[in-house]
Design a protein around this ligand. Structure first.
Ligand SMILES: Cc1ncc(C[n+]2csc(CCOP(=O)(O)OP(=O)(O)O)c2C)c(N)n1
Ligand SMILES: [Mg+2]
Length: 810
């Protein structure tokens, strides 16, 4: 029996609520919890019998989630993890049909609105972007940001979702955005497992929310384990709320309200959530609700069994403290329901969940069966006139006998048919090919689409406006060009905010935002702590909630401290929700050559390989950067902007339309026309390439220099490939490691643009050394492509093709 009896003054029994009404509410809660449990039990069976691939469920966590759901309102947000099915059912943000659809990887957004079959089961999301790319009215809906599988990986985003409420409450200029917020009265609910609180991201986000004082309610579901690893090996004192006590706010400090409650105590849970969320919502104070004594009736996931690592005593304790069992006992003891009534409810719930499961499975199978039958009929027709009729008949029989066929079985059978009949002039084959082509389009939409929004609001659709200069246009420092661009955009669009280390008061370390905090206020241009991962998360949350954030990472070298968030969360967002969510965040940073192991990084290979789903902008100067910002600030897709660290004080001409002109993404530019060699480079090295080009002319060599400007997308008009047709020789000058970004560029130019067919010499890359560049100018000279290196690399190519005209230098 729960120790917590129903207190006479309990808020669960509201004075205005009759006992009958109260009973109905409790019984309904129990029904939701029990259905959720059945879903877990059936779900596990579906995996073990092979219909689903993997299962991880929320059994043992049901009661706390019903209580949490009671405090969750329209306009609120969730960022949580895979245990939250009961909460999702109780709020109506998901249901049993969707639960099973995702379990079976049903690739249909109507069936699995969270991910269209792309995510593992129990990865939740609501759709807050309409099919035309516009936002839904988030103030009128309950909102769930899309889960990711990395435990703790959602914490930075949770911070951002909560921070948006602070901006909506405090910045009166945003009041008109009432489809995103009602005066910032929303709470961002987070959930995390006890084990995952060991992650750095948890602590970083936890501290930041305490500093920022945002309405973030973080629930820790504590079942004393993280797969097999017990609390003793996870958490100091085995108790997360105990060790976080220093965050408790006091009369004259900021901080948290911290609550601790047992996961099987329905009444205490309801009371705790009501109290905690009221404080969080009204006072904009983050709260921690540590829910202890939770269980895992089926163990961690379908990957193993917990009998392997839990003692008999622990397993017996878990049986006894199963939250639904405890709630049931309490309901009977409190005369809320009789035992037969409970039996009845449970029997109905079991049947209902089973019916839902069967319905989804049958619908999925019917769809695939009908495709299979189409394909089988077409293969039969090919077989009628084929020399390999027997083999084809066997293939069709095998296909028809498939027990749980997938689309891969259907498509593989067709592809095999085409291979087997490759030398036959069989007229029936064309129908098969046509059918396969049609299915390929559908399968590409199912499995390979929506890496970017590509909606009407995509930066690709932002109108091209050339930069305008007058005769008296001034030459000013590059940083001042950026500063003017930011000022114009902040004036134009009240939703734009910028934040990062040293961005606020001094206007960033290179003064791109200098003076702008004074003009636009510290809610729009804001300093943050040193916490790269949550700076990105802050941006993701704001961007999801209709604001236009520029999140600054002080130097490119420090992007690594946020790469998990960029790669796992931001880059996958559109894809993993099938375009149902977006976060048009601009990540601003500066990099390439300066001096020192952590101040001269250019790890574009790493970035390109981990951030597909973001535009990667590598402008050669601040004017080009400004033109790209003008595009991105008007678009709805995320991007990383890498400014040239050594370019802020170089003189550039200020465009008259500095806040409006655009540099389209993916448009390569020929900086110098030439005939002998195509040289592709980007960012800071371009200046050196251009100097080298002058010297090379003295040696009788005329190079063509191309700046792709963005590495993703890369040169969409094939400027590089076209240049190669003229020069037939290729050199890539890249500050990244050998075989890193340059390998990517080679793939784009030689394979995608078919540049290979234009070559008459081996393509070359000139990169940095494999170590990071040491400090000092000599370190730079001997580590990164230098003026001399470029000249010699170009010359060597010419020497190779005509040693008489270009005799060897050495
Ligand atoms: C970053 C990361 N590391 C490891 C894993 C593998 N993993 C998945 S669940 C899990 C245990 C999580 O335990 P806990 O946070 O206590 O949550 P519970 O499953 O117990 O509710 C681990 C280690 C992961 N998904 N992500
Ligand atoms: Mg756990």
């Amino acid at each position: 029996m729960p120790e917590t009896a129903l207190h006479a003054n309990s808020k669960v029994i509201n004075a205005e609520l009759s006992f009958e009404d109260f009973k109905k509410i409790v019984i309904n809660d129990y029904r939701i919890g029990f259905e959720s449990r059945q879903a877990s039990l059936i779900g596990r069976r579906e995996v073990l019998t092979g219909k689903a691939k993997f299962g991880i469920f929320g059994d043992g966590k049901e009661v706390a989630q019903m209580a949490m759901a009671k405090a969750f309102k329209k306009g609120d947000w969730r960022a949580g993890y895979y245990r939250d099915q009961t909460f999702m059912f109780a709020t109506g943000m998901s249901n049993l049909l969707e639960f099973f659809a995702q379990l079976y990887a049903y690739p249909d957004v109507e069936k699995d609105p969270a991910s269209a079959g792309r995510q593992m089961n129990c990865h939740y999301a609501t759709r807050f972007v309409n099919p035309d790319g516009s936002w839904v009215n988030q103030a009128e809906t309950m909102n769930c940001s899309a889960d990711i599988s990395t435990t703790g990986g959602h914490m930075p985003r949770l911070l951002g979702l909560a921070y948006a409420s602070k901006l909506y409450r405090q910045n009166k200029e945003l009041e008109y955005l009432n489809t995103f917020s009602v005066n910032g009265n929303e709470v961002a609910f987070g959930s995390i497992g006890n084990g995952s609180t060991s992650e750095g991201l948890f602590f970083e986000a936890f501290n930041a929310a305490g500093v920022l004082q945002v309405p973030m309610a973080i629930s820790v579901w504590d079942d004393a384990y993280a797969i097999s690893v017990p609390a003793k090996l996870q958490t100091t004192k085995e108790d997360i709320s105990e060790i976080l006590k220093g965050f408790q706010r006091e009369a004259d400090t900021n901080g948290y309200e911290i609550f601790k409650v047992r996961g099987w105590d329905y009444v205490a849970l309801c009371e705790t959530y009501e109290r905690a969320i009221t404080i969080c919502r009204n006072e904009h104070v983050p709260v921690l609700i540590h829910v202890t004594e939770m269980t895992q009736p089926q163990g961690h996931s379908t990957s193993g069994s917990h009998e392997r690592y839990k003692t008999k005593e622990r397993l017996a304790w878990e049986d006894e403290h199963d939250c639904l069992l405890q709630m049931r006992k309490w309901m009977i003891a409190s005369a809320i329901a009789t035992e037969p009534e409970m039996d009845d409810l449970e029997a109905n719930a079991k049947k209902y969940v089973r019916d839902c499961q069967r319905q989804v499975w049958n619908e999925l199978c019917d769809g695939i069966r009908s495709e299979l039958n189409d394909a089988a009929r077409l293969i039969d027709k090919v077989a009628e006139h084929s020399a390999v009729q027997g083999e084809l008949n066997d293939l069709v029989s095998e296909l028809r006998e498939c027990i749980d066929p997938g689309r891969r079985d259907v498509v593989a059978a067709i592809r095999k048919t085409l291979r087997l009949t490759v030398k036959e002039n069989n007229l029936q084959k064309q129908q098969l090919i046509n059918w396969l082509n049609e299915e390929s389009v559908k399968n590409a939409a199912r499995y390979n689409s929506k890496l970017f929004s590509r909606s009407q609001y995509s930066p690709q659709n932002v109108e091209h406006v050339p930069a305008r200069y007058y005769e008296d246009s001034k030459f000013i420092d590059g940083r001042e060009v950026l500063n003017a661009c930011f000022e114009a955009n902040f004036d134009r669009d009240k939703t734009i905010v910028a934040f990062g280390e040293d961005v606020g008061s001094i206007g960033d370390v290179n003064q791109g935002f200098a003076g702008l905090q004074g003009k636009f206020g510290d809610l729009r241009i804001t300093d943050t702590g040193i916490r790269e991962a949550t700076i990105i998360g802050q941006g993701i949350g704001l961007a999801m909630r209709g604001l236009k954030p520029i999140a600054e990472i002080q130097y490119l070298d420090y992007l690594l401290y946020s790469i998990n968030v960029l790669s796992d969360d931001l880059a996958t967002l559109s894809y993993r929700t099938y375009g149902g969510q977006k976060a048009p965040l601009i990540v601003r940073t500066r990099g390439h050559r300066l001096e020192g192991i952590w101040h001269s990084g250019s790890p574009l290979g790493l970035i390109l390989n981990s951030m597909r789903g973001l535009h990667i902008c590598v402008p050669r100067d601040m004017t080009q950067a400004a033109g790209m910002y003008n595009v991105l600030l008007r678009g709805d897709e995320p991007a990383l902007m890498i400014e040239c660290l050594n370019g802020y004080r170089l003189k550039e001409r200020l465009p008259a339309n500095v806040g409006e002109f655009t540099v389209p993404l993916g448009k390569a530019e020929v900086l110098k026309y030439g005939t002998d060699i195509t040289v592709i480079s980007y960012g800071s090295t371009l200046r050196i390439v251009m100097e080298a080009a002058k010297e090379l002319e003295k040696l009788g060599i005329n190079i063509e220099v191309i700046d792709p400007q963005t590495l993703y997308p890369f040169d969409i008009d094939n400027v590089c490939g076209t240049s190669l047709k003229k020069t037939s020789k290729l050199l890539i000058v890249d500050e990244d490691l050998p075989g890193a970004a340059s390998a990517y560029i080679l793939q784009r130019v030689l394979e995608a643009q078919k540049g290979y067919y234009s070559l008459d010499a081996q393509p070359r890359t000139l990169c940095s050394k494999e170590h990071r560049p040491p400090y000092g100018s000599d370190g730079d000279y001997f580590s990164k492509p230098s003026f001399d290196d470029i000249i010699e690399a170009v010359y060597a190519l010419m020497n190779e093709s005509d040693p008489h005209k270009y005799p060897s230098i050495y």
